[in-house]
Design a protein around this ligand. Structure first.
Ligand code: MN
Length: 231
């Protein structure tokens, strides 16, 4: 169960699996494979959007992070979360680019991994119980989550997050800030940067959010909830 969250936070590329054609051979951070075909989320999120978002923009964060870290091998064993949480212990000249790019990689790792062409429409198990306890019902949660996502000003993310005790929260993070900066543990995010939806939905953010609920992977969200740790 821990493997799923660990996979999203890995540092070492696995060159033996041939899944990394980024930067130098030593590149420690990598672009995870999509768990579906590039057109697999249609009609909700189209092929063109996934293609540019994952294979260009997500990949660029990985590339930039590897570029920054190439000259600092002492820190290359840090996972993405370790980089983010310990950013103030890094050399001053790389703090900002590491924080931005490690956050960009981590946030997109969660986003792309936690969509599914044919997901269960509703959470189950412990996550379902926690949602009912906090929000009263899944429908109420959906309303609150949608309102939070509609309220994002500029570029950012909306998240369902938890703490170690299992209480749930909906939070927005700016730019590529992650929930770990607020001592919250990610369960599932929606990317609200315009690049996540503008090609397909133009300014209709509400339609994008509604569409995302058709592909949000609540089975994986349940795993994230059950394996919460601050890392
Ligand atoms: Mn994005």
């Amino acid at each position: 169960m821990k493997e799923e969250r660990g996979k999203l936070n890995e540092r070492r590329s696995n060159l033996d699996e041939g899944r990394d054609d980024l930067n130098e051979q030593q590149a420690p951070y990598y672009l995870p494979e999509l768990p579906y075909a590039v057109n697999g989320l249609e009609p909700y999120i189209d092929k063109e959007t996934i293609s540019v978002h994952h294979f260009v923009l997500h990949k660029k964060y990985v590339y930039n992070l590897n570029e920054v870290m190439a000259k600092y091998p002492a820190y290359q064993y840090y996972s993405l979360v370790e980089l983010i949480k310990n950013v103030n212990n890094l050399p001053a000249e790389i703090r900002t680019p590491v924080f931005r790019n490690a956050g960009g990689v981590l946030n997109h790792n969660y986003y792309f991994d936690m969509m599914n062409p044919a997901p269960n429409a509703l959470p189950s198990g412990n996550l379902s119980k926690a949602i009912e306890k906090k929000f009263g019902s899944f429908d109420n949660f959906k309303k609150d989550f949608t309102a939070a996502a509609m309220a994002v000003f500029g570029s950012g993310w909306t998240w369902l997050v938890t703490d170690l005790q299992g209480s749930l929260y909906i939070i927005n993070t700016e730019n590529q800030v992650t929930p770990y900066s607020y001592d919250r543990i990610p369960i599932i995010p929606i990317d609200i940067w315009e690049h996540a939806y503008f090609l397909q939905y133009q300014a209709a953010r509400n339609d994008y959010i509604e569409a995302w609920f058709h592909v949000a992977d609540w089975t994986k969200a349940e795993v994230m909830y059950n394996t919460r740790s601050i890392e």
